[in-house]
Each structure stands twice: as structure tokens, then as C-alpha cells.
Design a protein around this ligand. Sequence first.
Ligand code: PEP
Ligand code: MN
Length: 340
Amino acid sequence: MIVVLGRDATPDQIRNVEAELRAMGYSIHPIYGVEKTVIGAVGAPDRDKEQDADRLRSLGCVEEVMLILRPYKFVSRESRAASTEVDVDGVVVGAERVVVMAGPCTVEARDQVLETARAVHRAGATILRGGAFKPSTSPYGFQGLGEDGLKILAEAKEETGLRIVTEVMDPRNVELVSRYADLLQVGTRNMQNFDLLKEVGQGKKPVLLKRGMSAKLDEWLHAAEYVCVKGNPNVILCERGIRTFEAYTRNTLDLSAVPAAKELSHLPVVVDPSQGTGRWSLVGPMSKAAVAAGADGLLIEVHPHPEQAVKDGPQSLKFDRFAQLMVEVASVARAVGRCV
Ligand code: PEP
Ligand code: MN
């Protein structure tokens, strides 16, 4: 970090700041200018730099503290130039192939899931989505089938070979959900559930980390850091739309987050245009835009009868529309040097 001292810092105050930095474990490189003193402080890789910076800022004589490295060291691009590929039971996310994860918002019934699994598999998806534990805004809303839902997903995997992504909401259920899922979804409402992040970080199962609906990129990457720092490097970021003043769409799908997150981090980034727009008619265009913007995958809601869906029917695609979309996504992928 760089510490700039105020114009009227006394020699005693300067010595005091230097001593403080040394005590924190930094080696220091001061420049005593005519007007001001600037201290470069390096080393101390395990310190919480933001906390140290705040402590220094609270000293009266310090004018400014600038951090040089990004505070999320495991997930930052600075720490690893090569892009990370995450292996979801043999399906690689972050390589040339754009990975399509598709299925119902919610696991409702065996037939509904199996029928959908067959349809999305036929169309070229490689991962089946479906929530068995559902976050619901209202406590009266459907909460999901729980383990019975996970068993239905496992049956669909057995039959089709599709890998499974499903949400885990509670640290106490990480072990249970990990028995059935190939990819653990941490939902937007739980992006800063730090106990949950630590728990999924202790396992080996890859994690699909949705961006909090009001989270800045910096907060999202800090959340990813929570998982990685616990020992699980297999994190996939998922942009799913953020809250803005616009009400026509359910959320505002921030596609600039895709190249931005890739600039800042080496982790793969996928896009969920279903939660991102809330309207099935917008899912196709935004899927294609996401792939054009460099997304490594898509998470798309598909339902045999959207009008009967327990949740998120208005944003769910019918089978034929999904199949058509896969063809269109493939041509966009080709145009940007990728495939589906
Ligand atoms: C979902 O994928 O159905 C879901 C609930 O996602 P999010 O956490 O992004 O709202
Ligand atoms: Mn949904």
C-alpha cells in the first residue's frame, strides 16, 4: 500500500506511522519529499489490507492510503493470469464450450423434471437445473420438495447423464445437497451468507455463486473469496440481474458485469437471463447477448407447461422455444470463437 502523510506531519508522527507499519509486518520504503512524505509498504501477504488501511487513515497525520493489490487475492486476475476452468463432474465450465444449464425453476414433480430433462438434453444442454430448496419471498410460498426433490434430480441424471445444479440455502444442508448435486447454487439472497460460503468452501463440490441483487462487483468477488480461501477453488460466478428503478423487467441484467468480472477475476462467469429479465420473450435475446459478451455458460429456466409452473412461469421457456434458442446461441458462440 501507499501511505501519503499530510503536509504538516511532524518528524515524530512520521516515525510513528513507520513504526506502526513495521509492527503490522510490512517492510517500508519512505520517500521524504520537500512537501510531503510518502511511504510504500509491501509484504505482509496474510494481513487484511483494508483493515490496516482504515487503521492508518484514523491516524490524524495520514492524508491518504491506497491499496496496490486487490483485496480478494485468490480470485483476482492479478493472482492468476490464466482463466480458471471448473470441472462439473466432467463438464468443464470456462473452456471453449459455452455450457448451457437448463431446467425448471423448481422441482415440482417427477414427471415434470424427467420430461424437462429429456427435452433440454435433446436440445444440447449438459447440466440440469432445478430447485429442491427454494428461497421464497413469502413464508406462504412453496419452499421446495427438499430431499425428495433431490432424488428426482438424481433420477434425471441417471437417465440422461445431465449433471445437476441445485440450490443450497442452509449451511446445515450442504452435506445433504452435495450428495446429489454436481454444482451447488448459492442464490442471490445468500451471496453474503458468510456461514454458508464458508461451509461450501470447505467441500470440494463446485459452487455457482449468484451475484447478490444489490451487490457491487467488489462485494461479489469478496463473496467468491470466502469460498476459495476455505480451500475450494471451484467457483463459477453467475450474473442474474440487479435491482434498479426499472420495473418492466424483474431485474436489470447487467451484462457489463461479464467482461468486468473477467477483467477482475480469473473465475468463469455465466449468465441467468431468466431471473435477469423475468420475461420469457427476453430470455432468448439476452442469452445471445450474454454469449457475445463472453459468458462461459447460461442458466435458463425451461418448463413443460410454464402457465402451470409453481414458480417463475412467466420467465420459463417451453421446450420448442428452448430448442430453437440453442440453435441461435450456437451461431453466436461460433461468431465469437466458441461452441455450445
Ligand atoms: C433460481 O435460480 O431459481 C433463483 C431463485 O435464483 P436467484 O437466487 O438468482 O433469484
Ligand atoms: Mn427461478
